[in-house]
Design a protein around this ligand. Structure first.
Ligand code: AMP
Ligand code: GLY
Length: 432
């Protein structure tokens, strides 16, 4: 089979790495990919993965590429092409593609849609309201005593959520979104939630329109600095499994969210095929969904796919074909840890084009995989091109082993200005 993966981050390198192991794949492209994706080769025939210089949002050019090269399956990594309707466009052109349609992807592309859906179908979530009028929005913030998550409705590069703990702060956040339009038209509406307290975990389920198979838990580290300080980022590291829920609790939390969600989708005619990734806070009153994402998490994918024992192609095809009820997901019991190495200054402005060294040495380490994110090849060098540069991932018999291996690999890699958190998976160690 010939497979095309869309995207260029760490998530997409992990998807490519795992798909390349499939004995059924004879050609694999990544559009646009990074230096890491271009370095993978196929288990079936030793061929290298080919990067294709087309952005994941350039849908016309992608459809054109598909017409010329006839991929048997296209796999969508990021949220933006989903929101732009890449799945609908590929299907209309007669191509098989994995991911939710534009309408189904509203679970991520519209927080107002998602929140209303949760409320309609009794999915446990925060107390919330949706507003386009700043006066009404501020009144709701006062009812919540200013302890709010004030969110832009649409996609805002992960930056459209303002957490507040006082009424003036909350009112300012409402103005920022609805009046100053800091997030453009993504902020035509705001979703305001009560501020939830408790540990946050990531859930993932793969869906085929009627069946949703739950993954183990993972935990991201969203703030830039150790101790959950600093600015919100795309994610500075993950580990899986977490120690917050035992398997029976995970099953029960998963069902409390997924059963009403899937019933609601069927009732409303939403044929959701892809990953549903609920962000969940475990509050004293039970688990509550903060938001739904309609794709794999990044860097959650890096720890999930280093634990998944199935052929990923089988799983993705079953999701497209509506046959997930015949699949049993199998996970290595070994925990996996991913430490993100980022460019100095991220998530603010940062330099690009810094040469990365030590990758060859890191590649020799056992039970370790260096996933590339913001990297490119420049002559024979691998250089930085993004905020999140590498997802240094390792696994082992215990969380402590996995973590030590990941940090050992981090120590072998250098680039000017590199920053990373030193406390990835520490919450897991404290609890185990
Ligand atoms: P979101 O884009 O909705 O995931 O929000 C980004 C981050 O803000 C989440 O990962 C949480 O850490 C935090 N957050 C969002 N909503 C809430 C909430 N209602 N209470 C507390 N924290 C929240
Ligand atoms: N891990 C955060 C995200 O993928 O949205």
């Amino acid at each position: 089979m010939k497979v095309l993966v869309l995207g260029s981050g760490g998530r997409e390198h992990a998807l490519i790495w795992k798909l390349a192991q499939s004995p059924r794949i004879s050609a694999l492209w990544c559009a646009p990919g990074n230096a890491g994706t271009a370095g993978e080769s196929l288990a079936s025939n030793g061929q290298l993965v080919a990067n294709v210089p087309i952005g994941a949002d350039s849908i016309d050019a992608l459809v054109d590429f598909a017409r010329r090269n006839s991929p048997d399956l296209t796999v969508v990594g990021p949220d933006n092409p989903l929101a732009l309707g890449v799945v609908d466009r590929f299907q209309a052109a007669g191509f098989r593609i994995w991911g939710p349609t534009q309408s189904a992807a509203r679970f991520e592309s519209s927080k107002a849609f998602s929140q209303a859906f949760m409320d309609r179908h009794g999915i446990p979530t925060a107390r919330s309201g949706v507003f386009d009028d700043p006066v009404a929005a501020k009144e709701f913030c006062r009812q919540l005593q200013g302890r709010c998550a004030v969110k832009a409705d649409g996609l805002a590069l992960g930056k459209g959520v303002l957490l507040t703990t006082s009424i003036p702060e909350a009112e300012e956040a409402v103005d920022e979104i609805l009046v100053d339009k800091s997030f453009g038209s993504a902020g035509d509406k705001t979703v305001i939630q009560e501020l939830l307290e408790g540990p946050e975990i990531s859930l993932h389920a793969i869906c085929d329109g009627k069946t949703a198979l739950l993954f183990p838990t993972s935990q991201d580290h969203k703030r830039a600095l150790d101790g959950d300080l600093g600015l919100n980022t795309g994610g500075m590291g993950t580990y899986s499994p977490t120690q917050y829920l035992d398997p029976a609790q995970l099953e029960s939390v998963g069902r409390a969210i997924l059963d009403p969600w899937i019933r609601g989708c069927i009732e409303e005619g939403i044929d959701y095929r892809g990953i549903l990734y609920p962000g969940v806070i475990l509050t004293q009153q039970g688990p509550k969904v903060l938001e739904f994402n309609s794709r794999f998490g990044d860097p959650e994918t890096q720890v999930y796919l280093t634990r998944l024992e199935n052929d990923l192609l089988d799983v993705l095809e079953a999701s497209v074909d509506g046959t997930l009820d015949r699949i049993q997901l199998r996970w290595s019991p070994d925990p996996s840890v991913c430490v993100v190495m980022a460019s100095g200054g991220y998530p603010g402005s940062y330099a690009k084009g810094r040469k990365i060294t030590g990758l060859g040495e890191a590649a020799q380490l056992p039970s370790t995989k260096i996933f590339h994110a913001g990297t490119a090849l420049q002559c024979d060098d691998v250089v930085t091109t993004g905020g999140r540069v590498l997802g240094v991932t390792a696994w082992g018999p215990t969380l402590r082993d996995a973590r030590e291996r990941a940090y050992r690999a981090v120590d072998t890699i250098q680039f000017d200005g590199a920053q990373w958190r030193r406390d990835i998976a520490c919450k897991g160690l404290e609890r185990s």
